[in-house]
Structures are given as structure tokens and as C-alpha cells.
Design a protein around this ligand. Structure first.
Ligand code: ZN
Ligand code: ZN
Length: 205
């Protein structure tokens, strides 16, 4: 993308003070205070809207919020202007080490996949356009994609006009490059015996 290149180029050719040198900036960015294992769909506790792009971003936490924390989060939601690419709260806030957002997400980036996988077990959440985050005016996915992929993410007519493509995941059909291994195993839940089928995709190079 041209903007990004221009930004990098201007930084690269300018004498800057120590903290702004690209290599240092990269090092600081990777020193994220969120552990990677936390940023997964099962740890999504709630959501917050970005003040700039309007997209909902996931809030991750190790455990469900207690009522005080929910109240505190309500204040963050209503009184602070959260934007992508920033911390949810400052380091001295009581929720700093409890609630996390993906810090390296920018307004240009699509809705997090964790959002989609978390809405299945949460009520009142809407389907959102994967690219821009609007909650309606979705385009119909092409039939051939429906047959081919397990997950096709919602996608609005404006993004379609702007040349975005459907974002799909998990190919259903097998082809020469991929093999599907099906494992059946039994699982006992309570007194019920269930047969579980697990699919493993193997990619051959
Ligand atoms: Zn944003
Ligand atoms: Zn859209």
C-alpha cells in the first residue's frame, strides 16, 4: 500500500531520535503486554467500538468479569474514546492487567476472526461485514463459494463495490494438495455416548 510505503520511506530517510528508529519501534511493538495465548475466541468477554472506524473489537480476559469490573468497563465504554492500535486503558488503570485488546490492530484491518467464533455462544451479537464492520446490507455469497468453503464471512454491498472479495475459510472439498483425515472416536458425555468426528487438514507441499 502506497501510504504505508511513503510513511516508511520518510522515516527511513530522516535522522530521528533514538526511540523513533524503525528497528527500535519494531522491538517496542513486539513487547506486547498481552500474552498470545489469551487472544483467542474462548477468552472473548465483551466488545468495544473503535471511536474512529466504528468497528467492534474484542475484549479478551482470562475469566468472566465480576460486577465491579463490568461497571468499570462501562465507564471505559462510555467515557473513553477507544481507538484501534492503542491500549484499552493506561498502565495505572485497575483493568490494565485484566482486560486486553489486540494492540496491533489498526482501523484498516478487518473484524477479528475471534469475533465471529465468539458470537455463536453470545446473545444479541450481530453479523458484521468482515471488511468494514457494518451490520447490514450484506451481499449474497456466490454459490460456488458456498459449496467450497465451510465459513464465508459476511460482506456488505459497499465493500463489494469497492472491489473486496469474500473472505472464506476452511475448504470443504479435497483436492490434490490437501487430504482430509477423518478420525472417529467415542466420547461419553454424562450417560450419553457420542461419536465424534474430527477433521484434520493435511497440506502437502
Ligand atoms: Zn478503528
Ligand atoms: Zn463492508
Amino acid at each position: 500500500n502506497d501510504d504505508h510505503y511513503a510513511a516508511f520511506n520518510s522515516v527511513h530517510n530522516t535522522e530521528t531520535s533514538e526511540p523513533h528508529r524503525p528497528s527500535l519501534v519494531i522491538a517496542l511493538e513486539s513487547a506486547d503486554h498481552v500474552s498470545k495465548g489469551l487472544l483467542i475466541n474462548t477468552k472473548v468477554q465483551t466488545y468495544i467500538e473503535c471511536f474512529q472506524c466504528g468497528k467492534l473489537r474484542c475484549i479478551y480476559s482470562e475469566r468472566t468479569l465480576i460486577s465491579d469490573e463490568r461497571q468499570e468497563f462501562g465507564l471505559i465504554e462510555n467515557e473513553m474514546n477507544y481507538t484501534c492500535d492503542s491500549l484499552l486503558v493506561s498502565e495505572d488503570h485497575i483493568l490494565y492487567n485484566k482486560l486486553f485488546v489486540r494492540e496491533k490492530i489498526t482501523c484498516e484491518l478487518p473484524i477479528e476472526l475471534a469475533y465471529y467464533s465468539s458470537i455463536s455462544h453470545r446473545q444479541g451479537l450481530k453479523q458484521l461485514c468482515y471488511w468494514c464492520g457494518v451490520d447490514g446490507s450484506f451481499a449474497d455469497p456466490q454459490e460456488n463459494l458456498v459449496a467450497k468453503y465451510k465459513f464465508i464471512f459476511s460482506y456488505c454491498i459497499w465493500c463489494l463495490k469497492n472491489g473486496k472479495n469474500y473472505f472464506c475459510q476452511v475448504e470443504i472439498k479435497t483436492n490434490k494438495k490437501k487430504e482430509v483425515e477423518v478420525t472417529m472416536f467415542n466420547l461419553t458425555i454424562g450417560r450419553k455416548k457420542c461419536k465424534i468426528r474430527s477433521l484434520v487438514l493435511i497440506c502437502k507441499k
